[in-house]
Design a protein around this ligand. Structure first.
Ligand SMILES: Cc1cc2nc3c(=O)[nH]c(=O)nc-3n(C[C@H](O)[C@H](O)[C@H](O)COP(=O)(O)OP(=O)(O)OC[C@H]3O[C@@H](n4cnc5c(N)ncnc54)[C@H](O)[C@@H]3O)c2cc1C
Length: 473
């Protein structure tokens, strides 16, 4: 196929870019290195036959809130909501629950009920325009002016370290632990700037759209994008790893890769090369998937209804765990992000469980024991439910997807600096100095997660350029 555009990599960003280019009438070729499309959206039978596990992303709050996915209006993708968005068990008291309804959530926070509504609740009230502004900080926007005021308020609190925000905004152990568990998704030291912003955004998304899973597994979303792409005449190929850009013969190339790979793929102008070489990757993760013979036996039964469970105890404990990782050390009591898909989606072949903890980039440590000990802490007898387990450290993750450099699932450190310089400081960082070549991965704004906004931005820029080859207009 002679193509107007080649998209390299089929993660959510590559897929969104491919669909938008094809919808605009371009002849598009999509090349994927792995044997299945989807990148971070792949699912598979990791443990026992018939058990569906998500290899990467599983919680789809960002996808549901994303302006890019809303614009695509995909068919055949159903989001499955658990009764409770997230739970945060604690040793000596009832678990804290995040419900879709902020008021119901606040009821569980005692003296911090009002503070929760004034902070997280107020951010959620900003609704989709605010999310659009946050996901597309460099525009273009379709947001009402009042949203900018709300965004300024969010920004003032969000720029703070999570530790400072938690101690200023809340007085209870429960609310402080809850926001720490949310902020720790950032994979940053929680004493660093903007970690409060990640916590506020994720918590408010639980109220705005919920924290659902894709019914049947995340692969269903990837497959729907591929089906839409093919229905538009796009050609999609797996098992094709692009090694040099010179292999590709098309006026437009969109790369769903991170800076380190881009440096290997092309001869770049020295100044841009040096800027990419300064790009920093974040910590890695160690992931465990289990097949269980029944639900996790939580000590507090209210945790059973939660899709996501944050294990790590108090604010102070989580801060310590993430600080250890950020300093390049393995945390003995790691903060664990756990998802029980069966709470939302009964179609995955039984009780499966998904969890990971953060580890230093490239770490070879086996964290299975440390993760299971954290689960046992809140669910004594958990190990007796395990039928089979599957583990992936940074090396295995990167072997399955070259974008996961050293096990970094975020496409690069999510620090304040790299929030604005992702991967370079520019009003259009998706554009590269090579004519017709664009970056779209999570290493471009707005960063990690399944939202497809990088792909949306790269496609928009590509389409604002030259007309398709053979076009007479
Ligand atoms: C374990 C894990 C858990 C996660 N949990 C969540 C979650 O719950 N919710 C959420 O929103 N996000 C989550 N994420 C993050 C999310 O998956 C990523 O941010 C998102 O997938 C990034 O999309 P992307 O398109 O930039 O790249 P990716 O999804 O990483 O896809 C890149 C694709 O490009 C391909 N590729 C790379 N180089 C080449 C080449 N040279 N030639 C051909 N193909 C190439 C790769 O094989 C891969 O398929 C998680 C990620 C992981 C790994």
């Amino acid at each position: 196929m002679s193509a107007d555009a080649v998209v390299v990599g089929s993660g959510p960003n590559g897929l969104v870019a491919a669909v938008l280019l094809a919808r605009a009438g371009r002849k598009v070729l999509l090349l994927e290195a792995a044997d299945r499309f989807g990148g971070g959206l792949r699912s598979g039978e990791l443990t026992l036959p018939g058990r569906v596990h998500d290899l990467g992303a599983t919680v789809m709050a960002m996808a549901l809130a994303s302006p890019a996915f809303r614009e695509l209006e995909l068919k055949g993708v159903e989001f499955a909501h658990p009764p409770v968005a997230a739970a945060h068990p604690l040793d000596d008291r009832p678990a804290v629950l995040v419900h879709r309804d902020p008021r119901r959530t606040a009821e569980g926070l005692g003296r911090d009920a009002g503070a929760w509504l004034a902070t997280v609740g107020a951010t959620a009230k900003g609704g989709f325009p605010l999310v659009e502004l946050l996901l597309k900080p460099l525009g273009p926007w379709r947001v009402p002016p009042a949203t900018f005021l709300r965004a300024a308020r969010f920004g003032a609190a969000g720029l703070l370290p999570a530790t400072t925000f938690a101690r200023r905004a809340f007085r209870t152990v429960e609310a402080r632990a809850l926001i720490a568990g949310m902020a720790a998704h950032s994979m940053l030291d929680l004493r660093a700037p903007i970690t409060a912003g990640y916590g506020l955004l994720l918590a408010s998304l639980a109220h705005l759209v919920g924290w659902p899973l894709v019914r049947g597994g995340s692969q269903v979303l990837a497959d729907a994008l591929v089906a839409e792409f093919r229905s538009l005449g796009g050609e999609a190929v797996t098992g094709h790893r692009v090694r040099r850009l010179a292999e590709l013969d098309a006026p437009t190339v969109v790369l769903d890769v991170t800076p380190r790979q881009f440096l290997e793929l092309a001869d770049l102008p020295p100044a841009y090369r040096r800027r990419l070489e300064r790009f920093r990757y974040g910590p890695g993760v160690f992931k465990v998937d289990w097949a269980l013979d029944g639900p996790v036996p939580w000590r507090d039964p209210s945790v059973a209804g939660a899709g996501t469970v944050h294990l790590g105890g108090t604010l102070e404990e989580i801060v310590l765990s993430e600080a250890e990782t950020a300093a390049g050390r393995r945390s003995p009591r790691p903060y664990v992000l756990l998802v029980q898909p069966y709470a939302a989606d009964p179609t995955r072949g039984g009780h499966t469980l998904w969890a990971y903890c953060h580890v230093p980039n490239g770490s070879r440590a086996d964290m299975t024991e440390a993760i299971e000990t954290q689960i046992e802490r809140y669910a004594p007898g958990f190990r007796d439910r395990v039928l089979a387990r599957h583990t992936m450290g940074p090396a295995e993750l990167e072997a399955g997807n070259p974008n996961l450099v050293g096990g970094d699932i975020g496409g690069g450190l999510a620090s304040l600096t790299q929030f604005v310089r992702r991967p370079v400081w520019s009003p259009a960082p998706w554009r590269t100095p090579l004519p017709g070549v664009f970056l779209c991965s999570a290493s471009t704004p707005p960063g990690a997660s399944v939202h497809g906004v990088g792909g949306w931005q790269a496609a928009r820029l590509a389409l604002s350029g030259a007309a398709p080859s053979g076009s007479t207009s």
